[in-house]
Design a protein around this ligand. Structure first.
Ligand code: SF4
Length: 285
């Protein structure tokens, strides 16, 4: 199954050999509604939101208001939120409604030197909605952060990037073949985006999900570390240890979870990987 991404140099190919039956295959498909880019009319546009939560301390600095937008082009083997893959998985919410919710917490977010984080899914699937939220949050004096794979980075203008104070950039592999295996998508758009953020001096934290037997190969980690070492605006690297908290969602969706038997990485493995990044002088968590 494949569809071309309008205006992109990259083709979309998402195929999962473990998606055994037709229902599963269909869920992996990138639907037309996920490809559409709604124009930013400046009006009170509608976005699709899976959920939001207040109080996160792991999605950027300080206390965060995190909104999980729906729609994603990747199909990561370890995805914790497969129920966000399609835009229609979310509930329609206007920008005004979302801002009313965010405004309730603006004071505490500022006091904690926190702010708002748009996550997902992939927030750039709904770029117009995401940008309106970011612009309005900036008007409220709130720190803005996006959690992204960078797959759709070419959708973003330099001016739009200036509205985002911090990128949490997920680099899911340094080896292109492993990246394709993990996500169903090519690595190069993410590398291009990381380079662009670096050239523009936009702050970023790189996140790396460590999965035993999938992303833990020494040479693969070396490649990610090498990329990170070349990013001028990189502030830290976060090693996220794989866990099984997403398994129930795969089951509820009737999907065969390819990592159902994988154990979390041992402390020794996590330390080896952290050491590979540290050896290049990077700050690692
Ligand atoms: S990019 Fe995030 S939301 Fe999309 S499939 Fe991967 S882990 Fe899931």
């Amino acid at each position: 199954m494949s569809q071309s991404l309008s205006g992109s140099r990259y083709e979309l190919h998402v195929a999962r050999k473990w998606a055994a039956d037709t229902k599963s295959q269909d869920y992996y498909t990138i639907h037309a509604a996920d490809l559409e880019q709604a124009p930013d009319t400046g009006e009170d546009i509608v976005g699709y939101v899976h959920s939001w939560e207040v109080g996160s301390t792991v999605d950027g600095p300080g206390i965060r208001f995190v909104a999980f937008l729906t729609g994603c082009f990747l199909r990561c083997q370890y995805c914790h939120n497969p129920d966000t893959w399609h835009r229609q998985n979310g509930k329609p919410v206007t920008v005004a409604r979302a801002m009313r919710e965010i405004a309730k917490y603006a004071k505490v977010l500022k006091i904690s030197r926190g702010g708002i984080t748009l996550s997902g899914g992939e927030p750039m699937v709904q770029k117009a909605f995401a940008m309106q939220i970011f612009r309005r949050c900036k008007q409220l004096g709130l720190h803005t952060c996006i959690d992204t794979s960078g797959r759709l980075g070419e959708r973003m203008t330099d001016e739009e990037l200036s509205q985002i104070d911090l990128h949490l950039l997920d680099i899911k592999s340094g080896d292109p073949a492993i990246y394709q295996q993990v996500t169903g998508q090519p690595l190069q758009p993410t590398l291009d985006y990381a380079r662009r953020l670096s050239d523009l001096g936009r702050p970023m934290w790189v996140r790396y999900v460590l999965v035993p037997g999938l992303t833990d190969g020494f040479d693969n980690v070396e490649k990610v570390a090498e990329v990170c070492a070349g990013l001028k605006s990189l502030e830290r690297v976060e090693i996220l240890r794989f866990h099984q908290m997403g398994r129930d969602k795969w089951q509820r969706l009737g999907l065969d979870y390819p990592l159902k038997d994988v154990e979390p990485p041992s402390p020794e493995l996590a330390e080896r990987v952290r050491g590979q990044f540290r050896s290049r002088g990077l700050t690692v968590y």
